[in-house]
Design a protein around this ligand. Structure first.
Ligand SMILES: Cc1cc2nc3c(=O)[nH]c(=O)nc-3n(C[C@H](O)[C@H](O)[C@H](O)COP(=O)(O)OP(=O)(O)OC[C@H]3O[C@@H](n4cnc5c(N)ncnc54)[C@H](O)[C@@H]3O)c2cc1C
Length: 387
């Protein structure tokens, strides 16, 4: 008598926003979905913590957001500043808002919603890489105390973030030579002048610093530095933040009384290039499918929408409407259609930060045409999608 190998329809690796949402969507379609993550939730995650209006709109297509909104702070827009003291406020259109919510809360909430949708969740499970046979991924290799075990499924979704073990094992991901930036972040008390209705982005030549309000008067501070400036700072992330604000005429006074509320963290290099959207039997979503720069604050929107696209393509494969071998190209085409304009916009902003002369020109332009920056904040925030 042959022994039946237990098998899921889908294994989703990584229970960040991309993985939890993809798993939820697929489980609601009646599929057997297993979602595994090496962490135990709630877990910390270095992020600016702002869900832009487009991300909220995408989530609300699947979920009632009331209990999530209760844990965060609504955002009416973003305040931008450049060198030389220029500062502009960009408001989202009437009736459109973002949400600042700590990632340990957002991700745990979304994971609970996935569980409620019928997803089997396993925490504390480290995936070493894909299980491959005859050129097709047929599961994942999971670390055990004694070595590895294989878990089989009809399709695998790699949602395991920037350092994706799945994408790297298949030769799909690499750290680009440029840009090479490091991110430093912490929750802090007593940043003066934080308006709880606005996120903040302070762009300087080669670097930028974001501030997001958090409940209880806390603020999330994230600093992104280029390689040369980050090199000496990775071992002392809090000093890196203090040095940056201390040297900044616009920010210095706001940080004189600041006190740490969490352990400061650092990660980098931030950018990861990904050459394809997957391989036969495996599709990528979220940061695992490529990550450039958090300056525009739309990583979560791209992760959430990318997860839906990956789930839709996975469904086609599982329903027999699309060959597994054709799925990565189908997902890449769908991503291109959905994100190409936004990717171009993000690339332009990244180029701007890299060039001091462009930062100065943009600062000048912000003074002359604040309306253009209003439009930029709305576009970066995917406010049109939300409206
Ligand atoms: C400094 C910084 C600030 C940012 N600020 C913002 C912002 O304000 N707004 C915004 O929209 N975006 C922001 N982003 C981008 C945003 O954080 C990401 O786009 C988002 O987290 C992507 O979600 P994800 O689900 O793809 O990956 P993640 O959230 O990284 O989740 C991946 C999951 O995979 C798990 N995992 C990884 N490897 C394995 C493994 N081998 N086995 C099992 N599990 C594994 C991890 O534990 C993790 O839970 C920021 C990013 C950075 C770096």
């Amino acid at each position: 008598m042959s022994r039946t190998v237990p098998m899921d329809d889908v294994t989703v690796v990584g229970a960040g926003p991309a993985g939890s949402l993809a798993a939820l969507v697929l489980a609601r379609r009646g599929l057997r979905v297993r979602l595994v993550d090496r962490a135990r939730f709630p877990r910390p995650k270095l992020c600016g913590d702002t869900l832009n209006p487009g991300a909220l709109a995408s989530l609300s297509a699947h979920l009632d957001l009331e209990s999530l909104r209760a844990q965060g702070v609504p955002l009416a827009g973003m305040r931008l500043s450049g060198p030389g003291g220029v500062s502009v406020v960009g408001r989202y259109p009437a009736g459109v808002a973002g949400l600042a919510v700590p990632r340990y809360l957002l991700d745990a909430w979304l994971l609970d919603e996935a569980r409620l949708a019928g997803v089997t969740v396993e925490e504390g499970v480290v995936v070493r890489g894909p299980a491959i046979g005859s050129g097709t991924v047929h599961g994942v290799r999971i670390a055990t105390g004694a070595g590895e075990r294989e878990h089989r499924s009809r399709i695998v979704l790699g949602c395991d973030g920037r350092a994706s073990a799945l994408a790297r094992a298949c030769g799909l991901a690499a750290t680009p030579a440029s840009p090479r930036r490091w991110a430093f972040g912490a929750y802090v008390h007593d940043v003066h002048g934080v308006d709880p209705a606005f996120g903040e982005m302070h762009v300087r030549a080669g670097s930028y610093l974001g501030i997001a309000p958090a409940a209880g008067g806390l603020a999330n501070v994230c600093l992104v530095l280029p390689r040369l400036r980050a090199a000496n700072a990775v071992a002392r992330p809090w000093d890196a933040i203090r040095d940056a604000v201390g040297a900044d005429a616009l920010l210095r006074d706001r940080f004189v009384d600041v006190r740490l509320a969490s352990r400061p963290v650092v990660l980098g290099p931030v950018a990861v290039d990904v050459s394809r959207a997957g391989v036969p039997g495996m599709l990528l979503a979220g940061d695992a499918s490529g990550f450039v720069d958090p300056m525009t604050g739309d990583g979560l929107r791209l992760a959430i929408d990318g997860a839906q696209l990956a789930a839709a393509v996975a469904l086609e494969v599982l329903d027999g409407r699309l060959a597994a071998a054709a799925a990565p190209a189908a997902l890449a085409a769908a991503r291109q259609r959905a994100f190409a304009a936004k990717w171009r916009f993000n690339r332009s902003l990244r180029a701007l930060v890299d060039a001091p002369s462009l930062v100065r020109a943009a600062t000048w332009a912000a003074r002359a045409w604040p309306g253009a920056f209003q439009a930029m904040v709305r576009y970066a925030g995917d406010a049109r999608t939300a409206a």
